[in-house]
Design a protein around this ligand. Structure first.
Ligand SMILES: NC(=O)c1ccc[n+]([C@@H]2O[C@H](COP(=O)([O-])OP(=O)(O)OC[C@H]3O[C@@H](n4cnc5c(N)ncnc54)[C@H](OP(=O)(O)O)[C@@H]3O)[C@@H](O)[C@H]2O)c1
Length: 322
């Protein structure tokens, strides 16, 4: 099968569109003819060697896919050949075929295409864990979402609306802020032109936010602690800046803060991501949440897709089509 693999870590030039063995079938697994693949910031970290999980090289990049079930392993009960399915795997999705555990799959709702399905999986699982499972967002609470134009940020805006929370989002450019507002963000803050902490305190009348979904790291994390109401929660879902954060534990106790870290791969190992995906997919099937697709590119142009994300040009998801 055609796949995008890496033989060594590095820049975009290490991405190789080449022939690879079709993945081996296993009991409890479904072979999927992949029609669409979601590109994630984590794919870039994986390519660069900055990802905590390291498969033997060469390996095929990619966490999330949507396609058609074409072969069922022993004991598969909930899927049939021909079903439209989407799901996530630790790596291997940048390919014409994947073999995924039945437990990690969801059926694509009626009327939803493969492109939208591939855009849904990681972003909405992340938003679900951040806002619901770990963040325990309650109706009427204020939630600060950094990186409002990212795949994860756009999912948090959409899911936040369904949870009746007030989403306060940051982004680096005016056009992204405009799109965030159209998507349903309650307040938008330009971190490039404004001091986000002062703005959060201003729009909450000094009270701060009950929850922060933090994906940038460095100083943004440190200052987000100061943006918390008392008591407040932070869910750390990423570290896009690559910067470490330093803070005094006094800042934690002063805010009676709870800090949670989310790592989907580990939750996947514990069998938690499939149920989460199917739970949030209920809202999707009812048309109450939808992922944002920026554009579709060919799988062989994966390097262009990575460049587009690295240039911060995307609003929502970039999808690869094999
Ligand atoms: N914990 C998990 O299991 C999990 C799961 C999924 C994703 N994630 C993480 O969540 C984050 C978002 O992923 P994604 O795929 O949705 O991201 P994405 O679509 O690539 O968007 C990332 C955005 O972050 C903003 N940004 C702010 N500061 C930045 C900086 N210093 N460098 C680069 N970008 C910066 C940029 O928008 P502006 O133009 O507004 O600056 C950029 O477009 C990533 O850190 C990813 O690793 C974690």
């Amino acid at each position: 099968v055609k796949a995008v693999r890496i033989h060594e870590h590095g820049g975009r030039d290490v991405l190789r569109y080449e022939d690879a063995d079709a993945p081996a079938m296993r009991p409890g697994h479904v072979r999927v003819a992949v029609r669409a693949i979601g590109v994630n910031r984590g794919d870039i970290a994986h390519r660069e060697g900055a990802f905590p999980v390291e498969p033997p090289k060469p390996f095929t990049l990619g966490f999330e896919f949507a396609g058609e079930a074409v072969e069922l392993g022993e004991n598969v009960e909930d899927f049939a050949i021909g079903d439209g399915v989407c799901g996530q795997i630790p790596y291997g999705a940048y390919a014409e075929e994947v073999v995924a555990p039945e437990a990690e799959l969801a059926k694509i709702p009626a009327g939803v295409d493969y492109v939208e399905a591939a855009a849904f999986v990681v972003t909405f699982c992340t938003a679900w864990f951040a806002l619901v499972r770990l963040g325990r967002a309650q109706p009427g609470e204020s939630v600060l979402v950094h990186g409002g134009g990212s795949g994860v940020g756009t999912a948090c805006i959409s899911l936040g609306q369904q949870l009746d929370v007030r989403t306060i989002v940051t982004a680096g450019s005016d056009w992204k802020l405009e799109r965030c507002r159209e998507l349903g963000a309650s307040e938008v803050i330009s971190y490039a032109k404004q001091d986000f902490l002062a703005e959060v305190l201003r729009v909450t009348d000094g009270a701060g936010v009950q929850l922060v979904v933090e994906q940038i790291g460095g100083d943004v994390f440190t200052r987000s602690l100061q943006a918390l109401a008392r008591p407040g929660r932070i869910v750390a879902v990423g570290n896009t800046s690559g910067q470490p954060s330093t803070f005094s534990t006094i800042a934690l106790l002063a805010k009676e803060a709870e800090i949670h870290g989310l790592y989907l791969d580990k939750r996947q190992e514990r069998g938690e991501t499939g149920p989460a995906l199917r739970e949030v997919a209920q809202l999707w099937a009812e048309g109450r949440v939808r992922p944002v697709v920026d554009q579709v590119m060919a799988l062989e142009d994966a390097a262009d897709a990575h460049r587009y994300l690295e240039d911060r040009s995307n609003f929502g998801k970039v999808i690869l089509a094999p």
